[in-house]
Design a protein around this ligand. Structure first.
Ligand code: SAM
Length: 292
């Protein structure tokens, strides 16, 4: 996405803080083309076209910069003006060739679609890891999701995978967009912490057998109690089924075993993100300890 500078001359060039951080544009109008482009990122086709996405919050933006993600635009509220940390982030954005926008509360609310928006947002370049670049090692755990549909589930799973120390998230088949606003919000910043990869089912199974991973599928008709599986051997991939349909036969047949989380009540199944959390924490239980 190319951003055009349409802001008319203001007294901004006389502000020493602005001179320190480089170019800062002040925008108060919702009809500004830069703001229109940013607001358009709520639609997947625009995120895909520009290969960018929005993340909200100062901490998230700092984490992303620290982890080497490419920032395109930093947006902060007028009220954050003079905040030293925001100034530093603005300087880092400019140093990386990004644009810095100081906007009104109204503009920030419209960009984030929130009544009480965060003071700072960043527009970042999307990043997917190539499947062939993922080389699973002994002791590593990956989570693979078959056609995950719900953005909140996907974001929660990425956050959980990060929290448990998993090495990556594999999206198998057609899935919801990991860079949608809802997913990014639910990741709470974990989107920046671990690789996300896309793969067709056949390519995924091929990768699993090429790297001799221990592929554990989860299935309501699973024959193995998930607590009895040995997760300590080679690298483990936990494969979760689609929210409505569960795992298709093509994927289920490629698994070393099909694990079941035993249930007692009337519920047919667990929520996908909850089942994923149970599996991931069990698979890495031997590696997790409370810090002294
Ligand atoms: N109607 C779907 C079915 O028949 O499989 C339910 C899918 S469930 C909401 C979504 C995914 O969560 C499942 O495909 C499976 O991967 C996992 N899951 C949920 N409850 C589970 C359980 N008790 N044991 C094993 N996996 C479970």
């Amino acid at each position: 996405m190319t951003y055009k500078d349409n802001t008319s001359g203001s007294n901004e060039d006389r502000d020493p803080r602005r001179q320190r951080v480089g170019q800062v544009k002040e925008i108060t109008s919702l009809t500004n083309p830069i703001i229109k482009d940013i607001r358009a990122l709520t639609q997947k086709k625009n995120r895909d076209r520009s290969s960018s996405f929005m993340a909200e919050g100062l901490k998230l933006v700092i984490d992303a910069l620290d982890l080497g993600w490419q920032i395109r635009t930093l947006i902060y509220a007028k009220a954050a003006k003079g905040n030293q940390t925001v100034d530093q982030v603005a300087a880092r954005t400019v140093a990386k060739g990004g644009l810095v926008l100081e906007v009104s509360e109204k503009v920030l609310g419209a960009i984030t679609r929130r009544d009480n928006p965060q003071m700072v947002c960043g527009i970042f370049e999307q990043r997917y890891s190539a499947l062939d670049d993922l080389i699973p090692k002994t002791g590593e755990t990956y989570i693979a999701l078959d056609r995950v549909r719900d953005p909140g589930n996907l974001g929660t799973i990425i956050r959980t995978a990060d929290a448990v120390g998993a090495s990556g998230v594999l999206l198998v088949g057609e899935t919801t967009d990991p860079f949608s606003l809802e997913t990014i919000r639910a990741t709470m910043g974990s989107i920046f912490a671990l690789p996300v990869t896309r793969a067709a089912p056949a390519a995924f199974l091929n990768w699993c057998s090429r790297h001799k991973v221990h592929l554990v599928g989860t299935h309501l008709a699973g024959a193995v109690d998930y607590r009895t599986i040995d997760y300590t051997g080679s690298s483990t991939v936990i494969l979760m089924g689609n929210e409505q349909a569960g795992l298709p036969d093509e994927l289920a047949q490629g698994c070393s075993e099909l694990a079941l989380i035993p249930q007692a009540g009337r519920a047919d199944s667990l929520n996908l993100a909850v089942a994923t959390a149970i599996m991931l924490f069990e698979a890495r239980r031997h590696l997790l300890e409370v810090a002294e």
